[in-house]
Design a protein around this ligand. Structure first.
Ligand code: NAD
Ligand code: TYD
Length: 352
């Protein structure tokens, strides 16, 4: 069937990989990228595919309900893959309301628009909501998040994502909108904005700046290469069970300090620096408030039911990521100029 798929947040990190995958893989689909182009959105992320005849861009904020309606009508939207969000935990601690507006109210706006536009026959349409494992809260030393783990968000970011997940479920139950939700672990890879751990530390290592490790550095995250998240989204979009939910992850847990040391080692090799040179940049700083100790995803369901699994090992993905940043210094310099410096100084000033 001919599809006109609205991908929100397509100019961001994960969204740009999803847009690229769908535009190049499904030539019979029209892909409409809707993005407000906040600090995290960058059309440079898509310049290799923006000439494609099945790709369209709409600069719209999901808080603008009337504009959403216009986009649905103009492009006769058949399906939504919703990624637009405020996505950084540290920013959510500074400005929680921004997260409520975009992640909660923006999602409800989008749900309302889809519900109204598709009301004649919900069975032909899908609203796919992309979410995070952070809604489940923190794990102790053992165990995994499964699809039935109770929600227990601890940061304003995860609380806003949990709320948006609940609204999506509620719209399925109440109005019979066809929905699907996936909750993914931490992503890494090309086009990742350098406010998150891996790209921030790559950038700081390049520039020989301190590497600010929060608290004792023993916090654990489960890392997935972004292109594997995009293929998982493709799989869930096409084959996921309606009104179901899927956890996505790579069974790839790392304590922050071990990951940072590996990054330092790989970067020293790539940059021709002396062994151990970048590790000297590691600086333990004040912890993040409400810092979740450990995330780990049980991705058995998506593997067993839909046959999806990651395509690269962490070592391969990390090497590809470092190479990408070293080859794309212009992209890195562009996104770290201007407002970024103010953000950085503000975020790290009192962690000392
Ligand atoms: P990102 O911050 O890189 O990109 C977000 C995009 O949304 C940007 O292009 C931004 O311009 C756009 N946007 C923000 N507010 C908007 C608004 N009001 N209207 C329209 N567009 C707006 O985020 P990301 O890391 O690519 O994450 C994408 C989605 O995946 C988010 O929903 C996030 O919660 C989820 N997720 C992220 C991760 C991760 O590790 N990054 C893991 C699991 C789930
Ligand atoms: P981050 O990339 O912000 O993702 P999230 O908080 O959504 O998991 O952080 C990953 C981990 O790295 C998290 O435990 C916080 C830690 N961290 C630091 O130690 N220093 C930093 O400068 C940043 C940004 C994160």
């Amino acid at each position: 069937m001919k599809k006109n798929i609205l991908i929100t947040g397509g100019a961001g990190f994960i969204g740009s990989h999803v847009v690229r995958l769908f535009v190049t893989k499904y030539l019979s689909y029209n892909i409409i990228n809707l993005d407000a182009l906040t600090y995290a959105g960058n059309l440079e992320n898509l310049k290799d595919i923006d000439h494609c005849s099945n790709y369209f861009f709409e600069k719209v904020n999901i808080l603008e309900a009337d504009k959403l309606k216009q986009v649905f009508e103009k492009h006769q939207i058949t399906d939504v893959i919703h990624l637009a969000a405020e996505s950084h935990v540290d920013r959510s601690i500074l400005s929680p309301l921004d997260f409520v507006y975009t992640n909660v109210i923006g999602t409800v706006n989008l749900l309302n628009t889809a519900k109204e536009f598709w009301k004649d026959d919900f069975s032909k349409h899908l609203f796919y909501h992309v979410s995070t494992d952070e809604v489940y809260g923190a794990l102790g030393n053992t165990g995994f998040f499964t699809e039935t783990t109770p929600y227990h968000p601890n940061s304003p970011y995860s609380a806003s994502k949990a709320s948006s997940d609940h609204f999506v479920r509620a719209y399925a139950e109440t109005y019979h909108l066809q929905t699907v939700i996936s909750n993914c672990s931490n992503n890494y890879g090309p086009y990742h904005f350098p406010e998150k751990l891996i790209p921030l530390f790559i950038n700081n290592i390049i520039n020989k700046k301190p590497l600010p490790v929060y608290g004792d550095g023993l916090y654990t995250r489960d890392w997935l290469f972004v292109k594997d998240h995009a293929t998982a989204i493709d799989t869930v979009f096409h084959n996921g069970k309606i009104n179901d939910t899927y956890n996505i992850g790579g069974f790839n847990e790392w304590k922050n300090i071990d990951l940072v040391k590996l990054l330092c080692k790989l970067m020293d090799e790539k940059l021709g620096r002396n062994e151990g040179e970048s590790e000297q940049l590691i600086t333990y700083v004040k912890d993040r408030p409400g810092h979740d100790r450990r995330y780990a995803i049980d991705a058995t369901k998506i593997n067993k039911e839909l046959g999806w699994k990651p395509s690269v090992t962490f070592e391969e993905g990390l090497a590809q990521t470092i190479d990408w940043y070293l080859e794309n210094t212009e992209w890195l310099n562009n996104v770290t100029s201007g407002a970024y410096e103010k953000y950085y100084d503000n975020m790290y000033a009192n962690r000392g």
